[in-house]
Design a protein around this ligand. Structure first.
Ligand SMILES: [Zn+2]
Length: 157
C-alpha cells in the first residue's frame, strides 16, 4: 500500500491509499473537511483568516507558501474566503462591539454610564478633498496599570 497525494484544493489535499500490486484505490480522503453548507474547505478559510488577522492578504499567503515550498490558494479562492470572512464580521460587528464594551467596563469597574477614557484616534481617507466615502480609522487605548492593553481597528464604509 502507498499513500499518494492525488490532488488538492488550496491547502486541502486529496490522499489515496493505493495497492502497489494492482493499483486499486483502497481508501481516499481529503485532509480537511468542508465548511458546513459550503463547497469550500475549512483549512483554506482558516489560512485566509489567519493571514488577514495579522494584516496580510493574498500576497502574504503566497509569499509564505513560496518560502516554505508549498502550493497556496488561487487569487479567486482567497477572494471567496476573504469576502465570506468580511461578511461574517459585518454580521457579528454589533456583538463584537458589545463584547469590547463589556471588557472595557470590566477593566475600569464601570458597569454603566459614561466612561472617561483617554484614547488616541487617527484616520485616513481613500482620496483627498473630503469626498471619499472610504477610509480607515484606528482608535487605540492602552491601559498599562494592570498590564493589559485594549485596541480597536476598523474601516468606515
Ligand atoms: Zn491490490
Amino acid at each position: 500500500m502507498s499513500l499518494n497525494p492525488k490532488s488538492r484544493r488550496g491547502f486541502a489535499h486529496h490522499l489515496a491509499l493505493t495497492c502497489k500490486h494492482c493499483g486499486e484505490v483502497q481508501a481516499s480522503t481529503m485532509t480537511s473537511k468542508k465548511l458546513t453548507g459550503d463547497k469550500h474547505y475549512e483549512v483554506n478559510r482558516k489560512v485566509v483568516l489567519s493571514f488577514l488577522e495579522v494584516g496580510l492578504g493574498y500576497s502574504g499567503v503566497n509569499t509564505f507558501c513560496v518560502v516554505i515550498g508549498m502550493a497556496g490558494v488561487t487569487a479567486s479562492t482567497h477572494a471567496v474566503h476573504a469576502t465570506a470572512i468580511h461578511n461574517w464580521k459585518q454580521i457579528r460587528k454589533p456583538q463584537l462591539m458589545d463584547e469590547a464594551e463589556r471588557k472595557i467596563r470590566s477593566v475600569h469597574n464601570c458597569p454603566s454610564g459614561v466612561l472617561d477614557l483617554a484614547v488616541s484616534f487617527d484616520g485616513s481617507w481613500q482620496k483627498r478633498g473630503h469626498t471619499s466615502k472610504h477610509g480607515l480609522y484606528c482608535c487605540y487605548r492602552s491601559h498599562n496599570g494592570s498590564g493589559d492593553r485594549l485596541s480597536c481597528y476598523g474601516n468606515l464604509l
